[in-house]
Write a protein that binds this ligand. Structure first.
Ligand SMILES: [Zn+2]
Length: 341
């Protein structure tokens, strides 16, 4: 090496060496600061020291983990440390993760969680799906989590799960969730026309809505309410024969997947017409939530619901939730994942 080269490379080495000591000292400073804070907030060390769960190899980590009054806490942090989670990870896990996620990670290999602490609805076992879907579609991670939770990374009518809470007024029915052969137990005929039935609360709320509409000179009537599995089956078949499966799927639910089977959905037409007039649809859009209903299928949400817009299709949720869904301006599929599940 020529002298000039030697000189240059030694300068380079000095530069690297000094910068890494600089960063090292920064790191030390930070962890010292964290330690100081920790002492005040009470690390787990003083709690675990005299317990059988105490592992002397983990002493330095115990000093940095905040104590929590949680059942099984000592065993859990030992497991997390065995899995190579850092004390900082562990503090975050207890600060931000829902208990069901925390439980799952105890029996999984270590996962990188730092991007998920601010996303409350994420599910730890779906992380690979979130990241694949995010990259494929250029979504933010928050958007990808919501869409994957709904099921949208899979085709409609695939990966179908049977609905567990069929009887609840908040039940979510869509192309990924099936009611199977469920029949509601509290169906009630509408006094307006006894051939239409809804579940009790929904029936009462619907009659209030129709009366309130009248006061605003809006005249509407039901033309379809509760539909059984078998009825939906014949209806869907009829549409498939008429239009083919692909098109039928955009406007008719397959049996087990219709909201009408819950007894909480009702389709309305304008009085004296076989459609809903635009002005009546507008009134429904602006006022239904006041009586506990939402417009379930809107134009801007076709890609989420998988249905073309249906301004005539009302879904009962109760006033509180319907109002919240209305104010948030999101689909019930999204709302369910964010606020109900
Ligand atoms: Zn409908």
């Amino acid at each position: 090496m020529k002298r000039k080269e030697i000189l240059l490379s030694s300068i380079f080495i000095i530069l690297i060496a000094s910068s890494s000591t600089y960063f090292l000292s920064l790191e030390n400073k930070n962890s010292k600061k964290e330690l100081d804070v920790m002492k005040k907030e009470e690390s787990v060390l003083s709690y675990i020291e005299n317990q059988e769960e105490y592992n002397p190899e983990y002493q330095i980590f115990y000093e940095q983990i905040r104590y929590r009054e949680e059942e099984n806490f000592f065993n859990e942090i030992n497991t997390l440390l065995d899995l190579n989670y850092t004390p900082e990870d562990i503090n975050n896990i207890y600060d931000y993760l829902r208990p069901e996620n925390r439980e799952k990670i105890l029996s999984m290999e270590k996962v990188e969680l730092k991007n998920y602490y601010s996303i409350s609805n994420f599910e730890v076992e779906k992380i690979a799906r979130y990241e694949e879907y995010q990259q494929k579609n250029n979504y933010t991670l928050t958007e990808a989590v919501l869409k994957v939770n709904i099921g949208l990374d899979h085709d409609f009518y695939t990966e179908i799960e049977p609905i567990k809470n069929k009887e609840e007024y908040t039940v979510l029915v869509n192309k990924y969730r099936s009611l199977e052969d469920y029949v509601p137990t509290d169906l009630k005929s509408l006094s307006y026309d006894t051939k239409y039935m809804l579940r009790e609360q929904a029936a009462d709320a619907f009659e209030k809505l129709v009366s309130a509409a009248k006061l605003d000179n809006i005249f509407i009537r039901p033309y379809s309410a509760y539909r059984s599995y078998e009825y939906q089956e014949s209806l869907y078949e009829h549409y498939v024969n008429q239009d083919g499966k692909e098109l039928a799927d955009t406007y008719s639910a397959r049996p087990g997947h219709s909201e009408h089977q819950t007894g909480l959905a009702v389709d309305v037409w304008s009085e004296g017409a076989t459609e809903i007039k635009e002005s009546d649809a507008k009134w429904l859009q602006d006022n239904s939530y006041k009586y506990g209903f939402i417009i379930r299928y809107t134009k801007e949400n076709e890609s989420i619901t998988g249905y073309i817009e249906e301004p005539w299709h009302l879904r009962y949720l109760g006033i509180e939730i319907a109002t919240d869904v209305y104010n948030k301006g999101i689909t019930y599929d999204e709302y369910y994942d964010l606020c109900i599940k």
